[in-house]
Write a protein of this length. Structure first.
Length: 246
C-alpha cells in the first residue's frame, strides 16, 4: 500500500486519517504538545523529528511515499519543515489548511499581527478578558497587570501567567449557549483569540457578537513555503492517487 505521513494536530488531520485508511497506509505524527490528545485512526507517532534533516531521514527509513501537512494553522514552522523535507526527498507534499474566520456585520474585531500586539492593545478595552490563544500563548499576556483573565486551554499553561486569572480547562466543540454563559458569569469585557478558523471554537465569536464585545483577533501567519494547498480534506485521496507511483 502507498504509505502516507500525515503531520497532524488538527481536526482535519483526524478526519483525513479515517478517509485514507481503507486505501492507504497512514502514519499520523503529533507534536506532543497536548497531554491527552484525541488520537486519529491508524498508526500514530508522537514527538518531533529533529528539524528538516531529521525528518528527511525518518521519511527514508520508513519508506514514506507522500506527506500531507494538516497541522494547526499557527504551526507554521512544523509545516515549513515538513514541506521542505518532502521536497528535498522528491516526495509529493500537500498542505491542508482550513480557511480563516471572517468578520460579519455586528462584529467588533481588531486584527493584530501577533500575541505581543494583542497584549499591547488590551489596556483600555476592558478589565475582564476572555483569553483563548492556547496554553503556549498565555505568557505573552503575563505583564498585563490592568486586567483579570479567564484563560481557556486544553492543558495548563507552561510559562508565565498574568497576576489575576482563572484557568478553565476545556476541549471543544463549544456551543453558543455555553459561551454566553461564560461571558455572563465571568462578566467578560473583551475576547482575545487567534484566527484558527473552523467550527470547533467558532461559537465564541457569535457569542461575543451578540453580547456586543470587542474581539482582539490575532492574524494567522502566512505559510512560509511554496506547496500544493487545499482548504478541506475533500479530494486529498484523489490528489494522492494522481501523484504517487510506487
Amino acid at each position: 500500500m502507498t504509505r502516507v505521513l500525515i503531520l497532524g494536530g488538527s481536526g482535519e488531520a483526524r478526519e483525513l486519517a479515517e478517509i485514507l485508511a481503507p486505501e492507504f497506509e497512514v502514519i499520523s505524527s503529533l507534536a506532543g504538545r497536548v497531554e491527552n490528545p484525541v488520537l486519529p485512526l491508524g498508526d500514530v507517532r508522537v514527538g518531533g523529528f529533529g528539524g528538516v534533516d531529521g525528518l528527511r531521514e525518518w521519511l527514508r527509513l520508513n519508506a514514506v511515499d507522500a506527506v500531507v501537512v494538516a497541522t494547526h494553522p499557527f504551526a507554521v514552522r512544523m509545516a515549513a519543515n515538513a514541506v521542505a523535507a518532502a521536497q528535498q526527498e522528491a516526495l509529493p507534499a500537500l498542505v491542508v489548511r482550513r480557511p480563516p474566520w471572517h468578520a460579519v456585520p455586528g462584529d467588533r474585531w481588531m486584527a493584530v499581527p501577533s500575541l505581543a500586539d494583542a497584549a499591547v492593545l488590551l489596556p483600555g478595552l476592558g478589565d475582564r478578558v476572555f483569553l483563548t490563544v492556547g496554553r503556549q500563548g498565555v505568557a505573552a499576556f503575563a505583564d498585563v497587570d490592568s486586567a483579570w483573565f479567564l484563560i481557556r486551554a486544553i492543558d495548563p499553561p507552561t510559562g508565565a501567567v498574568p497576576a489575576e486569572y482563572e484557568l478553565l480547562l476545556e476541549r471543544g466543540p463549544f456551543t453558543v449557549d455555553h459561551e454566553h454563559d461564560l461571558i455572563r458569569s465571568r462578566r467578560i469585557d473583551v475576547l482575545v483569540t487567534k484566527n484558527s478558523g473552523g467550527a470547533q471554537t467558532a461559537a465564541k465569536l457569535q457569542a461575543a457578537r451578540e453580547a456586543g464585545l470587542p474581539v482582539v483577533m490575532v492574524d494567522r501567519p502566512p505559510l512560509p513555503m511554496v506547496a500544493a494547498h487545499v482548504e478541506s480534506v475533500g479530494g486529498v485521496a484523489d490528489w494522492l492517487r494522481s501523484r504517487v507511483t510506487r
